[in-house]
Design a binder for this molecule. Sequence first.
Ligand SMILES: *Cc1c(COP(=O)(O)O)cnc(C)c1O
Length: 559
Amino acid sequence: MSNALLDDRVPEAIPEQDPCSVYPQVPGIDCQSFQLPPEGLAPEGLQRALRQLRAYQAEKKASFLGFQANQKLDLQELAEYLDYHVNNIGDPFQQGSFGTNSKWMERAVLDYYARLWNAPWPHNPKNPNSYWGYVLAMGSTEGNLYGLWNARDYLSGKFLLYDPRELARLFAASQANESFELPSELLYVQAPLPAGEPEEYFVPVAFYSDSTHYSIVKILRVLGIQAVKVKSTGGPFGPGTIDVKDLVEKVKAYAARKHPILLCFNYGTTFKGAYDDVKAAGEALMPIFKKYGQDSRIIKNPGYKPVERTGYWSHVDGALGAAYMPFLERARVPIPQFDFRLPFVHSISMSGHKWIGAPWPCGIYMTRTKYQLSPTSDPAYIGSRDSTFAGSRNGFSAMILWYYLARNSYGAQTEKAVGLLKLAEQTEKDLWKLQKENWPNLDLQISRSPLSLTILFRQANPRIVAKYSLSNDEIGEGAGKRYYSHIYMMDHARDGRVQRLIEDLKARDAFDVPRDTSRLAAVAEQVLAPELLASDASFAAASGLEPLAVVPLSGRGFQ
Ligand SMILES: *Cc1c(COP(=O)(O)O)cnc(C)c1O
């Protein structure tokens, strides 16, 4: 396009400050080289920026240890598809008309995990027990969102139905051999309360532990679901698994009032890598559900046959663990069960960029066909069903997952899982050795949950945190608060980088962490009413504020 085409009278915003003076500095990156002027970058400028980009990413990748994201990628064979727009828009089991899709590969990936997670496969709309699922456009956050959304609607008596009068007309027409139009819309309806049931009957309450990923709290806000927080075993410094006794106590109170129960289990918590014993929890809860009728509910929409639904839903957030624990089980490591073998599990989510190592967030959501809201048993379903959360879905992600599974047999994945579990055990020992030999007078706070691939230790200084992309978090409250870093034993960690980190942790300033509390003090002065600033009563007591939800700022590992 020639510049003569540009009308320079069209207004545009000019910067009020140099962006490079306001944004965070990135070591190794010259912010100015990456600014995007309207004329774009000249070839030399573009190459300079790309050189910096490459050097930066290569350096970060070489020492990456903090997050459960495999950096050992080997995808060049698929590189050419960066020049294709592969989009799996719509339901994976309907081909649709967006030609450049990879849905047949997506279906193969889903079948693979259905097999691994013990769900009847292939997906078949006529088999209500068979799985249904899709490859996520986001990571497990979307899988959690979809699972809890489905759960909320399922438990609160929502249905997606064809207009019954239209269906009846259609039936009559077909009986009379007359031509008819298929319905083009679905009705989203609320079933009436069954006679004699209290309003609570259709008001689900979610239960999650204080080790649950922050995405769940966010999603509960998005969906407007009431929630109850359950303790983790052993308190804040325990292993991070859900306290089944506390769960049972809390569920009992709500189940007795007829509330449907939404259970959010963790299979590999983000910070401690802990595994909820989904089987033990489900088995402890079933008698309660039986007692109060949540085990089976008959719900009737006017004009329709009654349907049976459970009055509870178990969602398993298996972002990390669902991908590799089945392989540890194959190596005869006793693992807590979590999959569709358990009749009380409704949905599972898993991230594709964690264990597997996709170059961008993606993942898998899986449930059973019978738990979907839409009338899936209808083989004459017309058009491409809008059954997924995102419309457009990254078809490249499905190709990457497929390619990984094609090249990593059960045997190879089992070997990898066992190797990384051993590496985690060894690293824990090495850190204890470091504690004993190098830091006899400083508590390094070393800890590791059973079967976990992550090891926690005292928060390292910012230089080490940046070098190894360590994930930091704080645990506990008030004076008892402890600051941690953690490292995750993923495939890339088998190249000796853990030893390099341990060497760096011998430096005299390795655990010197500056703490700046002045910033928050300034915030307090800016936003609080003067009378509250003066008071030393607790905030809630002094202000009378009743939070609708408590949004965690810690426990996210990326601050
Ligand atoms: C990472 C993670 C998530 C969120 O997954 P994304 O892929 O980042 O969206 C959810 N739950 C747990 C336990 C996680 O570790």
